[in-house]
Write a protein that binds this ligand. Structure first.
Ligand code: SF4
Length: 449
């Protein structure tokens, strides 16, 4: 048996950073208190979403985000406004998940390309978690993903326990996203998958509220010796941006929030357009997107055009899809650079770099909130300016630095080198991998101060 993991000590009335900021326990951030919502119904009516925007304007700073996991975040609340905001959400009839997150695709049961409809398993797992008394015994960050396959955009959503539909049942895996979670077995039915998940969650709960799936030892995991029969399926798309046919003849329209953020008045205008078109369901989705369920092609096309005019991302080839950026300065007190403003400029001026092969991360500081995983290029704000990390995360060692005044010139110089070295039709990521690192660093450094 693993050793119990020490319990956290929470100071003050609000949640520490790193815990999950649910409606009743907002989290302190650089721009006030943040609340994260996971609507029970998945999607919301445009009327409810309009009301949420109005509450965000009245009680917060008007910034609304959809996270990489597909949660809605309201920013800039205060200790005085958090309670009336929570009351407004309740009055809107928006029920939110408050227990252990059991996440599935926003198109679950509707997507004709999914391997298995996961909705029954999700409900049975939520009931079993409550029945086993696990709600209060697991830490706030412990989560489960039930990925039925198809267009879920769940591959990059990390979870303590992952159940993935494969031929022959559900692949049970522990701790990680689709690529990194350790497979343990294939459960041949919904009930077997649920029972295995409950066993794993109970093992985590026994170690205390700081414990995570990665803390379970081999004996507790009960891994089967061979990985040959764990099953496989194609990777899910990274986002749900675009339009998709649904099983029942309707269509889904996915739009992206640039760098996961929009403003309440902009989202409210989008919701009003949806209402005028007769759309009844808009849901937050993984990959910082929103998915609207449309009755007809005409309805979908009109809503997509309104979204485009409001600055939302309407095509998966938009370069902003390939860039992650946190709020940075001045919205976050820890930010040294205006990460989202810089990301917007880079997406506009260096569109040619973003051919689908490259991922870039602009981070206000070394915490790297917007993208904990490695990126091809990461630019990190520092006290003195900006650091460059290649093939790593914001926390990794930088290979070159530019001061605040030279940061724009440094990036332009590196981009010019990539463009000059590129062979016809060569993907940008391949060019980056092929050029001698010393040459890239020199290009960045020589104009960086
Ligand atoms: S990474 Fe960005 S959002 Fe996170 S603490 Fe640093 S500046 Fe703030």
């Amino acid at each position: 048996m693993s050793m119990p993991v020490k319990e956290p000590v929470l100071a003050g009335g609000f949640t520490r950073r790193g815990a999950c900021p649910a409606l009743s326990a907002p989290m302190k951030t650089g721009d006030g208190l943040l609340v994260r919502l996971n609507p029970v119904a998945g999607g919301l009516s445009p009327d409810a979403l309009t009301g949420l925007c109005e509450a965000a304007l009245a009680h917060g700073n008007g910034i609304i985000e959809v996270t990489a996991r597909g949660s809605i975040q309201i920013r800039g609340l205060s200790e005085h406004s958090a309670v009336p905001f929570a009351e407004a959400v309740t009055e809107l009839g928006i029920a939110v998940h408050t227990g252990v997150p059991v996440q599935t695709g926003v198109l679950a049961g509707l997507d004709p390309t999914e391997v298995t409809d996961p909705t029954r398993l999700v409900e049975s797992l939520r009931t079993a978690i409550a029945g086993a008394g696990l709600e209060g015994r697991l830490g706030p960050k412990v989560s489960v993903v039930v990925d039925g396959g198809g267009r879920t955009a769940l591959d990059e959503v990390a979870a303590d326990v992952r159940l993935t539909a494969v031929s022959g049942g559900w692949r049970v895996a522990i701790a990680g996203h689709a690529q990194t979670a350790r497979p343990l077995a294939v459960a041949g039915s919904d009930d077997l998958a649920r029972d295995r998940a409950i066993t794993l969650l109970s093992g985590i709960a026994e170690m205390g509220r700081r414990a995570r799936g990665r803390d379970l030892n081999d004996e507790e995991l009960g891994a089967e010796p061979s990985s040959a029969e764990y099953g496989s399926r194609p990777s899910a798309p990274r986002t749900l941006i675009g339009n998709f046919d649904l099983r029942d003849g309707r269509l889904a329209l996915g739009i992206g929030l640039p760098f996961g953020q929009t403003f309440a008045d902009v989202l409210k205008t989008f919701c009003e357009a949806a209402i005028s078109l007769g759309i009844e369901d808009i849901g937050p989705a993984p990959g910082r997107s929103l998915v609207a369920i449309c009755e007809s092609v005409k309805q979908m096309q009109e809503l997509r055009e309104r979204a485009r005019m409001l600055g939302f991302i309407t095509g998966a080839d938009d370069p902003r899809c390939a860039i992650s950026a946190c709020p940075g300065a001045p919205d976050c007190a820890s930010g040294h650079i205006e990460a989202r403003k810089m990301a917007t400029a880079i997406a506009r001026e260096y569109r040619h770099l973003f051919d689908g092969s490259l991922h870039m991360h602009l981070s206000g500081c070394a915490k790297g909130c917007a993208h904990p995983a490695p990126s091809d290029i990461t630019l990190v704000g520092t006290e003195g300016g900006m650091a460059l990390v290649l093939n790593g995360t914001a926390r990794d060692e930088a290979v070159a630095f530019a001061d605040h005044d030279g940061a724009g010139r440094a990036f332009a110089s590196m981009a010019a080198l990539l463009a000059a070295q590129r062979k016809p039709r060569e993907p940008t990521a391949q060019v980056l991998a092929r050029i001698e690192p010393a040459e890239i660093l020199e290009a960045f450094r020589k104009h960086g101060s």
